[in-house]
Ligand binder design. Structure first.
Ligand code: GDP
Ligand code: MG
Length: 167
């Protein structure tokens, strides 16, 4: 099994931290898989279960509605259509208006989406998690909802397992 995994999320949600934990500090690209110019490869994770090529999808992180709309109009149906799995990272159980725009974009892809609720180590009210997970699942049939701490490495094995399963 091998495939492309897109990491999406607003700036500062913890994408780089998560990647560092998943693939280690030393990023060496040894894959023979062809690269597409649409994707910037951030790293490759190879395990017995498979090989995940982590890619960035430019534009999806736009934090302003106007920028997002411009992006949607310009590149509707390109980069995200090629990936096999989408990992969407949010910073704690908070749903912002702009997350609806990200969701719209994500829904143009047929790829399964894993929602990572990151920074749970900083979550004071753990009880907030459950209603968030329920409302998220009503917005989109996520392949998995994974509370995690990229910083502490909490629950990242579950994430890795799920990614490999979906490739
Ligand atoms: P990116 O912009 O999405 O790539 O986010 P970064 O990986 O650069 O992280 C932004 C900030 O959030 C950094 O200061 C990280 O140390 C911090 N951070 C990332 N993940 C976690 C986490 O799980 N818990 C906590 N407390 N901080 C985190
Ligand atoms: Mg980063």
């Amino acid at each position: 099994k091998a495939g492309y995994v897109a990491l999406v999320g607003r700036p500062n949600v913890g994408k780089s931290t998560l990647l560092n934990h998943l693939i280690g500090q030393k990023i060496s690209i040894t894959s023979r898989r062809p690269q597409t110019t649409r994707h910037r490869i951030h790293g490759i994770k190879t395990t017995e279960a498979g090989q995940a090529v982590f890619v960035d999808t430019p534009g999806i992180h736009a934090s302003q509605k106007r920028a997002m709309n411009r992006y949607l109009n310009r590149t509707a149906g390109t980069a995200l259509l090629d990936v096999d799995v989408i990992v969407w990272i949010v910073d704690r159980p908070v749903w912002l208006a702009e997350d609806d725009l990200v969701l719209e974009r994500i829904q143009t892809s047929a790829a399964p989406v894993i929602l990572v609720i990151n920074k749970v180590d900083r979550l004071e009210d753990k009880a907030a998690l459950l209603p968030f997970l329920e409302s998220a699942q009503q917005r989109h049939p996520f392949a998995a909802l994974i509370p995690a701490s990229a910083l502490r490495g909490h629950n990242l094995d579950a994430l890795e397992h799920k990614i490999m399963e979906l490739l």
